[in-house]
Design a protein around this ligand. Structure first.
Ligand code: PGA
Ligand code: MG
Length: 214
């Protein structure tokens, strides 16, 4: 096996969480008397963590940015009330994780979703086993800063160049590049910006490709 450790992004990589995030955004917008963006619009706002998503919703609605703290509190409350609602495991995710673990690979998770709902989702949807989990609020910096990804790689004891990060967005690619960690890009997630064709180590149409050839 080429990699000693595999580190995964969560939203758009292991789970389709956009419908659940959209439902929480709708609850927040109702509470804040704002119009509700549709699902495709919300998908375009995912990737840089919840505080940034809320800023993007306010900007889209033409609302005053000073409303962000109140809107963020409403968003976090709505999502915490039902972190798994509308969320499904993406094809191949469970098989890939259990297959890699059976081969002795060490598994980690590096997401911009806050750690509380992240752990609730991992438990409820039985995703893992992850030895290290970092969410968007675990450290004082989040992706695309390389610190969270480096933190997970170090926690897994992965030597330089022996860990692979698997993600679905330009934020994940930027993070891996900044951390100098090889990157596999899953197509079809919540990518909202460009990724150089020769950037990622691998491009995946399906997560299970990592079991077949890695
Ligand atoms: O919460 C986000 O903005 C994105 O989450 P992710 O890092 O798991 O894709
Ligand atoms: Mg993602």
């Amino acid at each position: 096996m080429r990699w000693d450790a595999y580190i995964f992004d969560l939203d758009g990589t292991l789970i389709d969480s956009a419908p659940g995030i959209h439902a929480a955004v709708a609850t927040m917008c109702d509470a804040e008397a704002l119009p509700v963006p549709d699902l495709a619009t919300v998908k375009g706002f995912i990737g840089n963590g919840v505080p940034r998503l809320v800023e993007r919703v306010l900007d889209w609605a033409g609302a005053d940015p000073s409303r962000q703290p109140s809107a963020l509190a409403a968003m976090n409350a709505a999502y915490a009330a039902d972190p798994t609602g509308g969320t499904t495991v993406l094809p191949g995710a469970r098989e890939l994780l259990s297959g890699l673990a059976a081969r002795g690979a060490r598994l980690g998770l590096c997401t911009n979703k806050p750690e509380g709902p992240t752990r609730a989702i991992l438990d409820a949807l039985e995703l893992g086993p992850f030895e290290a989990v970092v969410g968007g609020d675990t450290l004082d910096r989040r992706k695309p800063d390389p610190a969270p990804l480096r933190h997970v790689a170090e926690a897994l004891g992965a030597a330089s160049g022996r860990a692979l990060y698997v993600g679905d967005s330009e934020v994940d690619w930027q993070t891996a590049a900044a951390a100098a960690i090889p990157y596999a890009h899953l197509r079809g997630g919540y990518q909202n910006g460009p990724i150089p064709a020769d950037g990622p180590t691998r491009w995946l149409a399906d997560l299970r490709e990592l079991l077949e050839t890695d």
